[in-house]
Design a protein around this ligand. Structure first.
Ligand SMILES: [Zn+2]
Ligand SMILES: [Zn+2]
Length: 254
């Protein structure tokens, strides 16, 4: 399995990178996780063809995770895609994506490829013969359900904790992950404020990664003020020495 960050900023884009979004690939099966920025361009930069993308997974319905959903659907429509597309997420996230393509009437186009809308809330889905994804609920904001995702093959495990306040009990299915990707919205000195905004600090991400025995932690959904990134990383490294800041458009091999 391998993965890549298309962007790693929080809801405010920085000069260096756009909103958080991932690509995950295993044995030719490709998944886009959240739709922000220019997803079709991001796929092409990563060497992937949007017409061959297998699935889109949406963590939650907030704007910074969904706004470019119609853009990638438009790219597929104009490109003449016929291959069916799977779109997975919780009910609220899928409802927003359906509304977004409805605004542009893409759902009325007879040339639109078949889309399989699959609700994933606290269940495990087989993505390909050798890859499964387990969805788990996280607390972010009231009335905004968020799913984390654990991608597992026979030899590797990748756990993604998007926008959320890290609280125990941690999902045990994420235990022993080769890599944990966790959001970190600020420094621990500002914990109360960060948590009240529905996010975790670098310290909280580091403690979670340590308790889950992760091989590596990558913090993301970082503030647009880049001067805070090193401080967030240092907070995380106090608990998880294998913590890193993300690199954009870079394939990480598991
Ligand atoms: Zn967000
Ligand atoms: Zn959010």
């Amino acid at each position: 399995m391998k993965f890549l960050f298309n962007g790693f900023s929080n809801s405010r884009q920085s000069a260096a990178t756009g909103n958080l979004s991932l690509l995950v690939e295993h044995n030719g099966y490709t998944i886009l996780v959240d739709t922000s920025g220019s997803p079709a361009q991001a796929l092409r930069i990563a060497g992937l063809d949007p017409l061959q993308l297998d699935a889109i997974m949406i963590t939650h319905a907030h704007c910074d995770h969904t706004y470019a959903f119609p853009s990638i659907i438009q790219d597929m429509l104009i490109g003449g895609r016929t291959k069916a597309l799977r779109v997975l997420g919780n009910q609220k996230a899928l409802d927003v994506c359906k509304k977004l393509i409805g605004i542009y009437n893409f759902d009325k186009k007879t040339t639109l490829m078949p889309i399989s809308w699959e609700i994933t809330e606290d269940n495990t889905v087989t993505l390909s013969p050798d890859m499964k994804v387990t969805s788990f609920a996280l607390f972010h904001r009231p009335l905004m359900p968020v799913q984390g995702f654990i991608f597992a093959t026979s030899t590797s495990k990748l756990s993604f904790f998007p926008d959320s306040v890290a609280t125990e009990p941690y999902p045990q299915a994420a235990s022993g992950s080769d890599v944990v990707i966790h959001e970190a919205g600020g420094v621990d000195a500002d914990r109360l404020h960060v948590n009240q905004n529905g996010h975790s600090t670098g310290t909280q991400a580091g403690i979670l990664a340590k308790k889950l025995n992760a091989g590596k932690l990558i913090v993301c959904h970082l503030p647009s003020d880049e001067t805070s990134h090193q401080l967030i990383l240092e907070d995380a490294q106090r608990h998880c020495i294998e913590a890193e800041l993300p690199k954009v458009h870079h394939w990480y091999d598991l």
